[in-house]
Design a protein around this ligand. Structure first.
Ligand code: SF4
Ligand code: SF4
Length: 163
């Protein structure tokens, strides 16, 4: 079972709880909520299936961990920022103190303890969730079935009322 971070733009209310929590946890926020008219877009590393940052890194400092997260091994990073240059979202940024590339690691320390990445844990509207795709689809089907049963129950009540 491989969990991934899913973002549902329709649910984001731009409260920025994810940004605040990420900054508190890591000293810098690896997620930014952009607002375009009435749409809010939380943007963070997509942990791409085919990640150009992994391919371009000259020292193989970027790799995929056992959970599928794309992470940086600081001890191997030489701060060349090739990863940032090839990332379609320019995600890896410069840590001003270490002068190395840093990015979201899906809260590696929390994952080791079986906990979800913090942005997903604090999001009040479930705009960010950390889940297995199959489980997610199953949950969607279950909620849809519940809605259908509820609609049928209301229809029966209405018919009974008008007798
Ligand atoms: S915590 Fe959730 S709702 Fe709030 S800004 Fe982040 S993604 Fe949007
Ligand atoms: S840093 Fe960019 S290229 Fe690398 S996995 Fe994240 S989004 Fe993809």
């Amino acid at each position: 079972m491989e969990k991934k971070l899913f973002i549902n733009l329709g649910r984001c209310i731009a409260c920025r709880a994810c940004e605040v929590a990420c900054e508190k946890e890591h000293g810098i926020s690896f997620i930014t909520v952009y607002e375009f008219r009435d749409i809010a877009v939380p943007l963070n590393c997509r942990h791409c299936e085919k990640a150009p940052c992994i391919e371009v890194c000259p020292t193989k400092a970027i790799y995929r961990d056992e959970d599928g997260a794309v992470v940086i091994d600081e001890s191997k990073c030489i701060g060349c920022y090739m990863c940032s240059a090839v990332c379609p979202y320019a995600i890896p940024i410069v840590d001003p103190i270490k002068e190395l590339a840093v990015k979201c690691d899906l809260c590696a320390e929390r994952r080791k303890e079986g906990r979800d990445p913090l942005c997903a844990a604090v999001c009040p509207t479930d705009a960010i969730i950390y889940a297995d795709l199959n489980e997610l689809m199953e949950e969607k089907r279950r909620r849809k079935a519940e809605r259908i049963v509820e609609a049928q129950r209301k229809a029966v009540e209405t018919l009974a009322y008008f007798g």
